[in-house]
Design a binder for this molecule. Structure first.
Ligand SMILES: [Fe+2]
Length: 849
């Protein structure tokens, strides 16, 4: 049923002649089938460096798995590359050569004929800054890692337009004279990726005899050695550790610096099952013991196992204690740990038997060195030792907290109300918070520097790297009536996204083929840069935390027109139109609330403000009620709830709970944010649907074509006259644009009074001509059915909305991500530009609306 029919060559011909066009229903079906290929084994396209051809490649797995690149099979443009990819997938599915009219073109290479590599990308300069938003008189420190010996050049530029595509408005940056300008010596800075707990204190853990014990829920027991409780120096091989060994079972490591002794159970642990692991060593008798016992006994394939042995060495002093890691290379653990304990004596035979019979931890109460309770201080980084000995630790790289523990029983879903059920921490070997790099240069922001988007620009030969930042006015002041509010929470949510390779459904979700640009390829080859909130960790669990204190490749100019680069279409247009503006950020808004917005007559969003925090929501509400004018200039806004960490800079949390279009699913019982205790998930499910913020809310997404809006009857209401000044009654609005050829597209929103659109709101235009790639969002469905696409569902539309708010305020919503990409069409002279300008000029006018 789900097989490709090799006799339908007519469909292949149709695709070859029109690889990006609108396809017949039978070809659509075939393309959908070809897009179900597995992550571990599928053809896709890669472009190792900007300007390179697109090469056919073949995957071997998610990030850090080599890609096989077929260097002899490069294609100068995406349409020809898509045809090759289609042909490759078709041949892989049918086991036949696709020969049309006697011609086998292009000849598709088979796996094994290319170069298997993890070094195809080339990005010798990486950078990040300590702050993203600052004010005149402030300072931004730049942290740079540059490979090689040659110096690189750095300067500050003001960024007007970051669109690097030939289709878009011209890339536009202006150098800023500053003391930064100059050459800097290259130095490589490293990233220590993977989370763990550092306790240290080697004196406290220099034990002649000991017991190590913890509940564990391993997620990758087969990946190789992973430390659970380790006072172990991997390079020198001394100390002791409870680990998961190469065989995937529990093991005890002992080392004296010359020899090391390993006692393993030899029985691999099962993934995502709770176990009690125990290891002990008696220094007097030199007897070692290891045991693993699953908490749930299965009727087949019991993995209960233990082992005992005499040892002819005495472990020497270790480097100090770590949980989920050891000192030195490797050893990072994936999975949960709960209630770890270190005791200063070995277990008796009776105690061992009890552990193995009942999975009840040994009673070490008279011999405790440390017992850590992860359910305490869940929001922070301190790990509390409740033994009374004060051996507290600290988390490194933010492992996920507020996770269901071994004893969670479903009686409570909010960790704050029953923390004792949430005593687990989930560690990942690709967690990353702060790279901690040294500063290479700093920019002292002149007091008279105009608010806007700026970048440190690093260049060496034909390599470059941009590190963007924002200069905003001092809090409580404005230098223009208009503020552009950059959706920085969404930038961090998308930061260093891996989904091109790793998300199996991505092609069918987006409607286009997997094609890794140079940044996506670099991220695939360099997992040490961490993850986005769209990714799964290497162990398949969803990513809840994201940080900006690391190089972020996809939030730079010249990158894909999504979020940051797409938002510079707005600054480009504002400058083209001579409209004065300040730039502020969502990070600032979360920190300062309404006070940030108060000085402005008008605040406009970026193209995709998807991730507001509670503080942001409250600020919007107050701004609207106090006479502010709010322009929602994007699509799929105000959708997921995020929390910024109360103390740690630059990191936020979200849980993909319950519903919504999402790339991973939060586990039941793990919906509450660890940073703040807030319920995570969709604002809609918390009674604050996006429609209640700016009149419209997510209706559909699809990424093949965009379409124009048409005016509605309501657009002729005198209240809306200013919006359509200079626009004809029957004009199609935005039948052009850089994203999909229309102003309504990518992600689009609709009005709905039941969800919070004010009853007096006017839907002044609507776009409905969407393709089958657009699907009505799942949170609104009661049932799935085939009429839910843009071709047939009345719910798939983009509504342009206007309404007045108290005290002379107003709201205007374009409800489409693609809108801003249409502004520059015809040298900025077009009806998308005209409507935008009509609204902004009126909204900046202090006369009440
Ligand atoms: Fe999104």
């Amino acid at each position: 049923m789900h097989a490709v029919d090799p006799t339908r060559l007519d469909l292949c011909r149709e695709f070859r002649d029109n690889p990006i066009g609108r396809h017949s229903p039978d070809l659509q079906k075939l393309v959908k089938l070809l897009r179900w290929e597995r992550i571990e084994s599928r053809y896709l396209l890669v472009q190792p460096r900007r300007g390179d051809p697109w090469f056919l490649a073949h995957t071997t797995g998610p990030k850090a798995h080599a890609l096989e690149i077929f260097r002899d099979h490069g294609f100068p443009d995406l349409p020809s590359a898509y045809w090759a990819l289609f042909k490759a997938r078709w041949e892989a599915n049918t086991d036949e050569r696709l020969v049309l009219d006697g011609v086998d073109d292009p000849v598709i290479p088979r796996p094994g004929e290319g170069d298997l590599t993890l070094n195809a990308s080339d990005r010798p300069i990486l950078s990040y800054s300590d702050v993203f938003s600052t004010e005149p008189g402030g300072r931004v420190e730049f942290k740079v890692s540059a490979e090689g010996d040659a110096p690189y050049h750095a300067e500050i530029v003001r960024l007007r337009c970051g669109d690097g595509t030939p289709e878009g408005p011209a890339f536009h940056e202006t150098p800023v004279e500053s003391a930064v300008t100059g050459d800097y010596p290259a130095r490589a800075q490293t990233i220590d990726v993977g989370s763990y707990i550092d306790v240290g204190q080697p004196d406290a853990f220099e034990l002649e005899s000991f017991t190590l014990q913890a509940y564990v829920w391993p997620t990758t027991p087969g990946k190789g050695e992973q430390a659970i409780l380790a006072n172990w120096d991997e390079d020198a091989k001394h100390g002791f550790a409870l680990v998961i060994d190469e065989e995937g079972g529990a093991a005890l490591y002992l080392g004296d610096g010359k020899d090391n002794f390993i006692l393993g159970t030899g029985v691999p642990l099962l993934e995502r099952q709770w176990y009690l692991l125990t290891a002990s060593f008696d220094g007097a008798t030199r007897q070692a013991w290891i045991g693993q016992r699953p908490l749930v006994q299965l009727p087949h394939g019991d993995t209960t196992a233990s082992g005992a042995s005499g040892v002819d060495l005495s472990p020497v002093r270790g480097p100090g204690l770590r949980i989920a890691a050891w000192a030195g290379d490797g050893g990072r653990y994936n999975g949960k740990i709960d209630s770890p304990v270190v005791g200063n004596r070995a277990l008796s035979t009776g105690a061992r038997d009890a552990v193995m019979a009942h999975a009840v931890p040994a009673d070490l109460s008279d011999a405790l060195v440390a017992r850590w309770d992860f359910s305490q201080e869940m929001s922070g980084t301190r790990i509390v030792d409740v033994s009374g000995n004060g051996h507290d630790g600290a988390t490194v790289n933010l492992p996920t907290r507020a996770m269901k523990g071994w004893n969670w029983d479903g009686t409570e879903y909010n960790w704050a109300r029953k923390p004792e059920h949430y005593g687990a921490i989930h560690f990942h070997d690709d967690d990353l918070y702060d790279c901690g790099w040294a500063t290479d240069f700093a920019f002292e922001v002149p007091r008279d520097l105009k608010s806007g988007i700026y970048c440190a620009k690093m260049t060496r030969g034909d390599h470059e790297d941009y590190c963007p930042f924002v200069v905003r006015p001092p809090l409580g002041t404005a230098t223009a009536p208009l503020a552009l509010l950059l959706p920085t929470a969404s930038y961090w949510a998308y930061a260093d996204r891996h989904s091109e390779v790793e998300w199996r459904e991505r092609e069918n979700v987006t409607g286009y083929w997997a094609a890794l640009d140079p940044s996506a390829l670099y991220l695939h080859e360099h997992p040490e840069l961490g993850c986005s909130l769209y990714d799964e960790h290497a162990d398949g669990s969803g990513v809840c935390y994201t940080s900006r204190l690391r190089p972020i490749l996809n939030m730079q100019p010249k990158e894909k027109l999504w979020q940051f680069a797409a938002d510079t279409h707005i600054t480009d247009w504002l400058e083209a139109k001579g409209i004065d503006y300040d730039v502020i950020t969502e990070d600032d808004l979360d920190a300062h609330g309404y006070e940030l917005l108060r000085p402005y007559k008008c605040v406009m969003t970026g193209t995709h403000p998807e991730y507001p925090s509670l503080r942001m929501q409250e600020a919007y509400e107050t701004f609207k009620n106090e006479g502010g004018r709010f322009i929602y200039f994007g699509g799929n806004g105000f959708y997921w709830r995020v929390s910024y960490h109360p103390d740690l800079p630059g990191v936020l949390e979200m849980r993909r709970a319950e519903d919504g279009i999402r790339s991973w699913l939060a586990d039941g019982g793990e919906y509450y944010h660890s940073f703040t205790g807030e319920l995570g998930g969709m604002w809609r499910r918390m009674g604050r649907a996006p429609q209640s913020v700016a009149g419209t809310g997510m209706a559909a997404q699809g990424f093949d074509y965009s379409c124009p809006y048409e005016r509605t009857e309501a657009s002729h209401d005198p209240r809306a006259a200013f919006i359509f000044d200079g626009i004809g009654d029957d004009e199609k609005i935005g039948d052009f644009g850089v994203l999909g050829g229309g102003a309504a597209g990518w992600e689009v929103d609709r009005a709905d009074t039941a969800l919070g659109t004010p009853p007096h709101a006017l839907t002044v235009a609507t776009a409905t001509d969407f393709t089958h790639a657009y699907h009505w969002v799942k949170e609104e469905l009661t049932h799935t059915h085939s009429a839910n696409t843009g071709e047939t569902s009345p719910m798939v539309r983009s509504d342009m909305v206007f309404y007045e708010t108290p005290k002379g305020g107003a709201v205007f919503s374009t409800s489409s991500i693609a809108w801003a990409a249409a502004l520059s069409h015809n040298d900025y002279d077009n009806n998308v530009s005209r409507i935008s300008e009509n609204v902004i000029r009126r909204f900046c006018d202090p006369a009440p609306i």
